[in-house]
Design a protein around this ligand. Structure first.
Ligand code: THU
Length: 133
């Protein structure tokens, strides 16, 4: 994952953030997932009048990818973007969702100056919950 790839993926997160349904918080989020075959799956946050039922952009993108038949082992990176904040890090629930698929997945957020910050999900959620199946 180089910085240019990361910026491309952020661009796609930025684009899908425009589709956000956020009438309550007015906080738009977009997430884009890059796969080994270079395909990308996007998702935005979808809010609900029963606030707690709101679906975050990252979980929406991940569940869309799985529904499309994507292989979890092919996930390389997840980029997250919000026009409403700098460095839109994933919430705790979304970190757990990303960690479900691999501890090596890269998480990309945009820095204040428009550059890409690249972490692994293990950096952001070490010792995540996992079942020994
Ligand atoms: N949100 C996300 O989409 N992803 C996160 O990781 C954190 C928060 C959304 C949920 C809600 O629609 C809005 O941002 C404000 O919390």
């Amino acid at each position: 994952m180089d910085k240019n790839q990361a910026l491309m993926l952020l661009k796609q997160a930025k684009q899908v953030a425009n589709n956000s349904y956020a009438p309550y918080s007015k906080f738009q989020v977009g997430a884009s997932i890059l796969f080994k075959d270079k395909s990308v799956v996007q998702g935005c946050n979808v809010e609900n009048a029963s606030y707690g039922l709101t679906l975050c952009a990252e979980r929406n993108a991940l569940s869309t990818a799985i529904s499309l038949g994507k292989n979890k082992d092919d996930i390389l990176a997840v980029a997250i973007y919000s026009p409403n904040t700098n460095k839109c890090f994933p919430c705790g629930a979304c970190r757990q969702w990303i960690a479900e698929f691999s501890s090596d997945i890269k998480v990309i957020v945009e820095n204040n100056n428009g550059s890409a910050l690249i972490y692994t999900i293990n950096d952001l959620l070490p010792y995540s919950f996992y079942l020994n199946t």
